[in-house]
Design a protein around this ligand. Sequence first.
Ligand SMILES: Cc1cc2nc3c(=O)[nH]c(=O)nc-3n(C[C@H](O)[C@H](O)[C@H](O)COP(=O)(O)OP(=O)(O)OC[C@H]3O[C@@H](n4cnc5c(N)ncnc54)[C@H](O)[C@@H]3O)c2cc1C
Length: 521
Amino acid sequence: MTITSTILNTIPGNPLDGLRYADSRWSRLRQPPRHETSVVEVSATPLTDIDWDMIVCGGTLGILIATVLVQRGWKVAIIEQTLLQGRKQEWNISRTELQVLIELGLLTDGELEQAIASSYNPARISFLGGPDFWIRDVLNVGVDPFYLLSRLKQRFLQFGGCIYEHTAFQNLIVHPEGVAIQVLQPQALTLKTRLVLDMMGHFSPIARQARNFQSPDGVCLVVGTCAQGYTHNQTGDLLVSFTPIQHQCQYFWEAFPAREGRTTYLFTYLDNHLHPISLEFLFEEYCRLLPEYQGVELSQLQFQRALFGCFPCYRQSPLHSPWNRILPIGDSSGNQSPLSFGGFGAMIRHLSRLSEGIHEALTADVLDRNSLNLLQPYQPNLAVTWLFQKTMSVSIDQTLPPNQINELLSTVFQAMDELGDEVMRPFLQDVIQFPALYRSLQSTGLNNPRVIARIIPQVGIPNLLDWSRHYGILGLYSILSPILQKLSPITTKLSPKTRYLYHRWRDAVQYGSGQDYDKKT
Ligand SMILES: Cc1cc2nc3c(=O)[nH]c(=O)nc-3n(C[C@H](O)[C@H](O)[C@H](O)COP(=O)(O)OP(=O)(O)OC[C@H]3O[C@@H](n4cnc5c(N)ncnc54)[C@H](O)[C@@H]3O)c2cc1C
């Protein structure tokens, strides 16, 4: 019997089965592209009796956008294959980011306070052989998904929204006037809508088809637990590594106080789908290394729950729908950084932009794919993070000095630490800005050119050239963003359609340069 099965068997709810199911998904993703069932068809025949303005397939984060839109007067329904109720494990985020929930009228001040289940300070960043860096108020707040989703559900229903629970999306047909969605309830049912939001997560069948069933370009595997019995549970770790490269993986750790104990994660980036590591193997590694990481014996701990996930990422992100009237949002769109598994945080960051954009698209009736894809625009600040993920992972056929990744990260974080909070803070919140990136690179290059030079063979010249292109565009976006903001007031005179297009370009440049962050902090 493995340590994994011994521990997981002590936790109610069969987490071992869940871990193995997640592994089977990961294993399917690793196989070369093959045909899976197509769920989207296009038809030129007219569609009549359209009941809904928008149907959201997948309710976890879908309820956020659905509630904003229903409050603005649109007819909105949600299809959720299970119960729309969230999960026990908190979502970690920074407190300032949550203000948008109040601004959009989703929560009152009091409800937001209640939704915050835990908070701590400070958090550490540390790599083997290097110093510790400390930061305050970053990803240090835990939001209770159960509470948040139940409040939103109530508000959504109050405003006339409709939720189909235990209702699984089956397939859909895109017609010129709308979309007919087939669901299984258990009886089959057809729902007709002007717009579909695909919010069915990383393994959404719509997103899989839109990506031609392609294997991901990178993956982040995460395993962990929430447990009681730790002697120290006041501070957290945002990014810690205390081992050299092992099994062609650099292991990273995260730890923080949670309402029901202390959460600890082990995660690793795999740069391609050929990597043989499974989640179950990684869980065994987690059990082996946890005592050394946290200074506890496993026997001291009372495990409350097991946590795991496989986060595929694709270079072609955010995903652009090849079909009219379908918009991928949330994990299905891949609009979060490949460095982070903070999809809730990414959704909160883009909530105001996306909900305003969808409202304008419905108003101007611009639901063709080109117009909708402007809502998930190219973001150079997201594109540059691909190289960072590459520097934090080892290819299956690569031999790197065992401490290369730790040395690089120590050097980069040293430079960011010296440049101050305004550089370190947005980076840790997944927001890359040109001035901060430029200064960090300059400082790292000057202080330790040897470490930087070693990246070149690790990531390869084509990746570096590709990165330089995104870096250049990031610089350009940073110059353009304030200019486009200044022009915003004159757009009131434009037609709804032209205004929609202008606003999307303005938003693309603002968010793509990370300047939305400055507005919110
Ligand atoms: C272990 C772990 C820890 C995490 N920690 C954090 C964190 O601290 N901070 C953070 O920001 N993020 C965190 N995340 C990520 C976050 O949970 C996800 O990014 C977020 O849940 C994505 O939401 P989503 O609605 O896009 O997709 P999902 O959460 O995958 O939800 C998809 C929804 O669609 C439904 N669905 C799927 N198929 C169908 C179908 N055929 N018909 C109808 N409904 C369907 C599912 O039931 C589900 O409700 C964590 C994730 C994991 C796994």
